[in-house]
Design a binder for this molecule. Sequence first.
Ligand code: PEP
Ligand code: MG
Length: 626
Amino acid sequence: MEVLVGNEHGLHARPAARLVGLVNGFDAAVTLTDLDTGRGPVDAGSLSMVATLNAQQGHRLRVGASGPEAAAALAAIEQLAKQNFGDEPAGSANVPVPAAVSAGGSGLDVAIGPAVLAGDAADLDGYVAGDNEPGRLEDALRTAADDLQVLRDGSAEHGGIFEAHLALLTDRKVLDAVRTAISGGESAPVAWKQVYDELASTFEALDDAYQRERAQDVRAVRDRVLRALTGTSTEEAPADGILVVPELDAATAATLDATRIAGIAVRAAGTTGHGVIVARSRGIPLITGIGDVAVPAGTTVAFDARTGSFELAPDEQAVRATIAERVGERRRALEEADQPAVTRDGRTIDVLVNVGVLQDAVDVRGADGSGLVRTEVLFGDRRTAPTVDEQAETFRAIARALGGKPITIRTWDVGGDKPLPFLPQAAEANPFLGERGLRVFRHRPDLLRDQLEAVRRTAAETPVHVMFPMVTTADEVDWALEELGPRDGLEVGIMVEVPAAALRVATLARDLDFVSIGTNDLTQYTTAADRTNAAVAPLADGLDPAVLQLIDHVARTAGVRVAVCGDLASDPQSAVLLAALGVTELSAVGPQVPLVKARLRQADLGLIDTAAVLAARDAAQVRGLL
Ligand code: PEP
Ligand code: MG
């Protein structure tokens, strides 16, 4: 039989897992051959084989089957292929407001609760192999399958993910490899881990960035079974626990139940990764860089992100007192949130909110609009590009939620650590220095044009600004303005995130209305420290005087309105410094907006010795001066 691969990303991990799960339900041997690449035949009952066949959209597959239930298997596969292997068909998704994302975090930067370990590799050291390792493996597989079924049936949102995880448990080839390793003398967990690590690497080596990310699914299943084998408790967070994770990816941060956890402690350092940004925008207290301190599951831990402290067995009374103090501070800030932020020396600073999901705009208090709508985050879960109408509808909803105040829509900022499922990108040795942001759309102007059309439609009804990310040269600005066409009152700007753009901002801004400094990227490019690499996180400090000198240069020479929408603007103390340097608009994560405003009201910008700050030796000295 021949079937067509209709899915946007081809037979990537999840549809492949569905196919494999289906095949393994029949008493039949099924093979697949990609007629367009000539690869195959491969065993269709093995996920590792099917996914790495790497069949792309539009490819034709020859499906062969033999055995007692061959005909039934073929019929079922034909049906599944017709349904895009369970992927959502192109253009069928609704306005993307992930229901799982909601506020609920306290926004206090301080938390106390029992430690919940997640994502930590299960500790295999204490495991003692017995004489029935195959039996233990089967028990663990059953436990994992039972848990996954409960998760699948209980989650309309994420059911598909757990369905795919279930299928990953039943990969014949992979299970054979595990069983062979066990009969060769390995313990069940060691055998299981080896084989699944290898499978994850296979995914990581694929061409398509979206497919590569699916290695996360493999690792999640690997860890679930390892936890079952070693008797480590599952990852379900008890109410008010503190989640301790090695790293925080954006998907996890977006789907965590913020009403069930008190905070997140991330072992890796760094505050500008997108997972951290998402968690902070949801008001979840979060500390990064706690390192590899041993945290026994269930012990009471506490942290204060403002002072950078993380404690095991803390003085509960002292922590509760800090929490009470912060609650008071927040209450006062919220009471005045709707008042403008006027400094003591009479300067008005606009404080806006960064929006990654509609909920950010709904939950915020006191924002003077949005200074950054991250469109690639807004539509980041889409497998197909949103239509002009869908985009315009979402932008309108954001503007409505902000009471019709101006919103600044940033065009697709794909690349780096933000893959867009509907815009596959080739692997790059240095993605942050590669095709990122505006650079990508020189080859895909169609996607940019659609977005600009959606921006224009929204602008006809409500105040809208548009800005382009990752700009380096004047040619890029000219090209973007040409693509935009007539401005019709639309305010147009660029992000300043590349040192070259900061240094020649006057040239780049000649035909613009504003520039907005992305301090997250400006910091990583100035300090040459990858924002996602924990090992160099201490270098990537937004208060490094070198970064501040560039901001100062931009504020003095741009000749147009200067905003900051990077996360430095979310820190009340740094926000005051930015204002003193001449920045008149700050865009912060929602929960920080009232606090930034409150702090600005207490400040006399004329008293801040910016010269001393700019001449400081390092970020630590800047903090001391502040
Ligand atoms: C920045 O780089 O500071 C910024 C605001 O953009 P993003 O964090 O989305 O890269
Ligand atoms: Mg950026």
